[in-house]
Design a protein around this ligand. Structure first.
Ligand SMILES: *Cc1c(COP(=O)(O)O)cnc(C)c1O
Length: 368
């Protein structure tokens, strides 16, 4: 059978009536930007994460840019993040004129290695952006302790982790501010671009609301240079429907992960590494293997989609050539980029499909 990496069509069909009605209601209202759907979604996301405030923006990348700007971070400042993430986590640091500083990752969880963090802090450091990679949180409370000692801001890039927990606390609820992406393939995906920032800091939220709307508090009175970055009413209405299903979908992904763990446990592949305190939402189920290319070829031949997250660590991206990093600087991240392979683990995936995927993987190791 043909198996995609993610099946958004299958998901839509399970909630089609509600989605269509939500879209129709927005069309009937003729309010498209900064309207009641967005404002209600903000309240619902804040409640979901357990934060005081949520500010809706155009996408997850803008969420990071606006947050960095609101914290006054710019030229001359350094911001520490991981080299094993989507480009935007570090691109946004450069976009505001600051310098991304990388720290290698933990070989088990592939999240930022917190034990190496303090060694990267200089007098120029202003913030830390930990990323909850593939939907598994890292210990943000520990990062907050380090940040407090050096007077730094912590921005959780929770783009892949809405609904994930660490020690019973939700992703986004611990940092000074946290960002989400609702890109269509994320666990909570819109049908277009959308993003959100959550925080307990009401002044920061007010500042972010200004920044997303051309630096205005009152229309046509501009207090500063801002952006045009809003989450539109159609996307907000769609996300409000999908948010009601998110916990169930995340639970279904955890069940798929459990099945893979069981079916693949005797093979010489490295299964996703876990922190016992973390409750992952498996944005992606990522195996590691030195024989990745063979696995990809076999899966492809069987009609099964798979993908490499991420082929190149950020310190070796050409866009960051100016930072002067070299191969060998972050060996754990570099190795992960050579070995990581995501296989389908979306909520609607059938047990039969999972068994077929595992048979193909077994075939590679058993020389079939
Ligand atoms: C998706 C993603 C982003 C960017 O979100 P967009 O909505 O695509 O702009 C940022 N960081 C991480 C870790 C992501 O996975």
């Amino acid at each position: 059978m043909r198996i995609p990496l993610l099946d958004l069509q299958a998901q839509y069909l399970t909630i089609k009536e509600e989605i269509n009605e939500a879209i129709q209601n927005v069309l009937n209202s003729s309010v498209y930007i900064l309207g009641p759907q967005m404002k209600t979604l903000e309240k619902e996301i804040a409640a979901f994460c357990g934060t005081k405030e949520a500010v809706a923006v155009g996408n997850g990348t803008d969420a990071l840019v606006l947050t960095l700007k609101a914290f006054g971070i710019g030229p001359g400042d350094e911001v520490i993040t991981t080299p094993f993430t989507f480009f935007a986590s570090a691109e946004t640091i450069a976009q505001v004129g600051a310098t991304p500083v990388f720290v290698d990752i933990d070989p088990v969880t592939l999240n930022m290695d917190i034990t190496q963090l303090e060694g990267k802090i200089t007098s120029k450091t202003k913030a830390i952006i930990p990323v909850h990679i593939f939907g598994q949180m890292l210990d943000v409370e520990k990062i907050m302790e380090i940040a407090a000692r050096h007077d730094l801001k912590v921005i959780e890039d929770a783009a892949q982790a809405i609904g994930a927990e660490y020690g019973g606390k939700k992703a986004g609820s611990i940092g000074h501010a946290s960002t989400f992406s609702f890109f269509p393939t994320k666990n909570l995906g819109a049908y277009g671009d959308a993003g959100m920032i959550v925080t307990n800091d009401e002044d920061l939220a007010a500042q972010l609301r200004m920044l997303r709307f051309h630096g205005c508090k009152v229309k046509y009175y501009h207090d500063e240079i801002g952006y045009n970055s809003r989450l539109d009413e159609l996307q907000a209405a769609i996300l409000r429907v999908k948010l009601r299903y998110l916990d169930g979908w995340n639970e279904a992904r955890r069940e798929k992960a459990k099945v893979y763990d069981e079916l693949l446990k005797d093979l010489p592949v490295i299964l996703p590494g876990r922190d016992p305190q973390a409750l992952s939402i498996y944005h992606l189920y990522v195996l590691r293997s030195l024989r990745r290319e063979e696995l990809m070829e076999a899966l492809k031949k069987a009609g099964i989609a798979c993908a490499v997250y991420y082929p190149v660590p950020l310190h070796l991206q050409h866009a960051f050539d100016n930072l002067g990093y070299q191969e060998g600087d972050f060996p754990v991240a570099e190795k992960a980029c050579q070995e990581a392979l995501a296989i389908p683990a979306y909520p609607e995936l059938s047990r039969a499909a999972q068994e077929e995927i595992c048979d193909v993987i077994k075939g590679v190791y058993c020389g079939k």
